[in-house]
Each structure stands twice: as C-alpha cells, then as structure tokens.
Write a protein that binds this ligand. Sequence first.
Ligand code: ATP
Length: 358
Amino acid sequence: MSDIRIEKLRKEYGQTVAVNDVTITFPSGSVTCLLGPSGCGKTTLLRMIAGLEDVTSGEIYFGDQKVTDLAPSKRNIGMVFQYPVVYRGITVYENIELPLLQEKLSDQERRKRVMDVVETLGLQSSINKDITKLDNGTRQKVAVARTVARQPQIILFDEPITNVDVASKDQLKQALKDLTRMLKQTIVYVTHDQTEAMTLADQIALMKDGVVVQRDAPRSLYNQPNDVFGGWFLGNPGMNFFDLSAKTNGHGTEIQTGLFSRPLMIEGLEKDSNIKLGIRPEQVKVSGKKNDRMVQGTILRKSIVVGGQYLVTIKSCDQTFKAKVEPETGYALKDEVWFEIPLKDIIIFGPDGHRLDV
Ligand code: ATP
C-alpha cells in the first residue's frame, strides 16, 4: 500500500482559489479525514487525488509514482460518493461482484471477496434482494462494498453519510468504522461533520479557505488547536475566547483579567501584547459554592444540549462565556454562581490567531 503525497497542489476556478498550494501526506494504511466548513476545498482536493479534476499546479504522488496527469482509471483507486452508485435490476450480491468479473479471479476467490465485505458491513440478510427495494443507507453500504471488494490501493470517500436517511446514519457510521479499522488501504474521507471525523479518523486534516490549517490525531486537534479557527470549529459549541492584554511588570508578564481568582502570570509572552485566551465550555468548572480558586458570575442564558447537559452562558467581569453543567445543578436565569477556568486547560493565541506555546 502507498501513501499519498500532495505537493503545493492548487486549483483555481476563475477567480476562486478552491485549493491553495496544499502540501500534505496521507500516511499509508490509515484513515485521514478532510474536515472543514462548506466551500473550504475538501471535495476539490479529493477529486484531484482521484483524477476527476485537473490540477492548476502542483503534484500528486502515490508512493513513488507521480499520478498528477494519470487518468482516473489508471490510478487504482476506489471512490464512494455522496449518493450511492448502485446498478438497478440486479441483486446486492451481483452489484458487489460486478467489478470483480473483470479480474482474473477463481470463482472461489471472487465469492470470498464478496462475502468477506458483506459480513463486515452486515449485509448478509440483503444479498439476494433487489437493490431498488433497499433503503438509502443499505444502498450506500452496497456501494462501499463494491468499492472495497476490488481491493484498490487507495479508497476515497466523499461525504458518504450526508445523504443517508437520519435513521440509518448511525448504523452506517458504525459499519464504516468497523470496515476502515480492518482495511489496510490508504483512506481519505471527506466530511463537514466533526463527530464523523472524530469517530473514523486516525488523523484529521482541518481545512479552511483552501488551506490545511492543521493535521493531527483527533484528540490532539481538539485539545491543542493550532489556531483560533480550530478551537471555534471543533466542539459543540466551540471554545470560548477572551480578548485580553498582557502587561509586563517587575514580576513578569501578567494577563489583565478578573476571570481568575489570582493574577495570571504567563512566561514567554511578548511584552505588552494582545492575546486571546481560549477555553472549552466543558472545561469551565461551575459550582453553587465558593472556594478560593473560584470567581463569581451570573447565569445569563440556559439551553439544553445533547447528552442531557445544560449549556449555560455566564457573565462575569464584562465578559460572557459558555459552560456545560449537569441538569441536577438546577441553575436558573440570574442565579449567582462560582466558576473556575483551570489553568491547565487554557490555550493562548497570539494577535494573529495562532496558538502560542507558552
Ligand atoms: P462542500 O462541503 O460544500 O462540498 P467543500 O469544502 O467540499 O464544500 P469544494 O466543493 O471543494 O468545497 O469547493 C471549494 C470552492 O471551489 C468553493 O468556493 C466552490 O464554490 C468552488 N468550486 C468548486 N467546484 C467548482 C466548479 N466546478 N466551478 C466553480 N467553482 C467551484
């Protein structure tokens, strides 16, 4: 199996720069999710890897082989699209078997390849069914199975869950997770859904405006975003940010804020700089009782979030921010609460939005 190396890859559509000189390697045998908001260039990048889109400039290598100008059919890739591509009038089994008929395989080997993937994707009860009788999620599984059974060196997924009925989404996601864990291929998977990326990826390449802003393991990306965009985009909701200034005095550099119970001294900051302090809502500790690390605030808003936790908006020191609390806490609007922003969890970003390693 081979890695995919992308060097200074660029795609322009008239005035629009869809992919802006991206250099990245997708490691062999692992799952990389291209994640980012709509229009950031994920699909264009994927389609250039597939050969479905010409490049404006830059190069693409599969292992040592330069494939930039190679026709899609010569690239030995498999691709799964947003809408399931299936063949009507034949059964599920025949759909999966179809591309294998062109390969020199014994009947036994062909059957084994089909049945292995049928089992992994949980399609056993559907193999003799007419494809038109199946729901969208099962059809997409069939499209995935047909791609995987061919055993291409690289598999590309373009938002395969997006158009599946809500009821089938979780099941398909789980099936894809089971499948991708087993596959040895290099997989690139495009999604705008962070939960999907967090579930499936060995590493996530986060994109914004045609650029990969960070490539990291899902947890590292979540905990240590390289810039404000990563902190904002990941999370439900994303990070709280506080615009603060750091003043240097005789004792060191102190961040001017009342959000902490004692002066916040940070080593390694430039003299008298403006910074952004980031903290995730679930990391803010909220209590009805004071202790000496806590600061007072008022509940401004309250809403329910997934997982049964409440998302509350707290106001303190002319700043508002979000925190997640358990329902049993029973906080109501205008309640006075105590909170702590743990120092170990804060991220400091410089004036240009990049994380400062201080
Ligand atoms: P989405 O999740 O909405 O598909 P994306 O991150 O995959 O978004 P792309 O579809 O790659 O983004 O689009 C990147 C940019 O390129 C967008 O501004 C889009 O409008 C533009 N674009 C994409 N394809 C074309 C095209 N065929 N012609 C002109 N502009 C295009």
